[in-house]
Design a protein around this ligand. Sequence first.
Ligand SMILES: [Zn+2]
Ligand SMILES: [Zn+2]
Ligand SMILES: [Zn+2]
Length: 335
Amino acid sequence: MATARGLRPREQEARIPHDGRAHVETCPFCKGNEDKTPPTIVALPNEADWEIRIVHNLFPVLGTESDRANISVGMQQIMDGYGHHEVIIDHCKHGMEIHEMSLGHLKMLLGVYRRRMEELFVSDSRIRYVLVFKNFGSAAGASIKHTHSQLIAMPIIPENVYNEVASSHAYYQKFHQCIFCSLIDEALTFEATIYNRGSGEVRRKVDVGQYVIERGERFIAIKPFASRYEWEVHILPLEHSSNFTRATPEDMADLAAVLKRTMQRLDKVLGGAQYNFYFHSTPRCEAFRDCDASYHWHMEICPRTTIPSGFELGSGLFVTTISPEDAARQLREAL
Ligand SMILES: [Zn+2]
Ligand SMILES: [Zn+2]
Ligand SMILES: [Zn+2]
């Protein structure tokens, strides 16, 4: 953390002006243009009057055509680009943003994320991970402006997920508790004051709930103490659960409420900031069959306010110009 850097000019990522248009004639994701996308996989609540539509991605990162054995040459490992890449049109209204969607709609959206994830795991035994994510803004990777998210089902466990699952498993073996549950407990119940040894002055103070952004009946939104992005927020189930596909309709209703309020807060403070969000849940993997007790599924929201520089890329260290306590306070006070 370098708050002094906050005073210096820093390359800021552009904010996206709010697009209130419900319908754009030339948009392939708008109603009436269904023939401009690949065929529908799922339409909710129904095909004729859909509010959410899932289609195959026209430019897939992974596809199902190739199905050959993996080959390696020396240290070069090659694998066919096998998998599924789907686009989830979040809302029939073109410029609708997550924080503006009704609770009923968000519940339906979260429900269909869960459903597709489960269906792909069940129908395709080669799939090891299904990543559901959203890109908002071109700097965050969105090429089409109509509100949408994506899903990529892959035959490998992505490194970020692997590292989380492996590290939390190691933590569990050492401390016999889930590290995510411990983080939630700490955010809700921990306070501390650290004094200067010589002068006795207060150096640092941690208050109960200082990192809590939003709390529902079943979910909590937390500002991580040491996050990569300065406004990063994670949403986790309060009750321990390792896999998103096991979330119930009641869970989805509460998650919808916590997500909406969290996105409202971020919008209020950051006004149109580009962002990504994605879900982390247990992969299908023999080596991690027993990670139900040690892993805890969650959602990570990463607002892209500043542009990572050579320092971030070269070192893997991320500089933030606002303390996690300040960021959390601003987000808490926003509504
Ligand atoms: Zn559109
Ligand atoms: Zn847990
Ligand atoms: Zn994660």
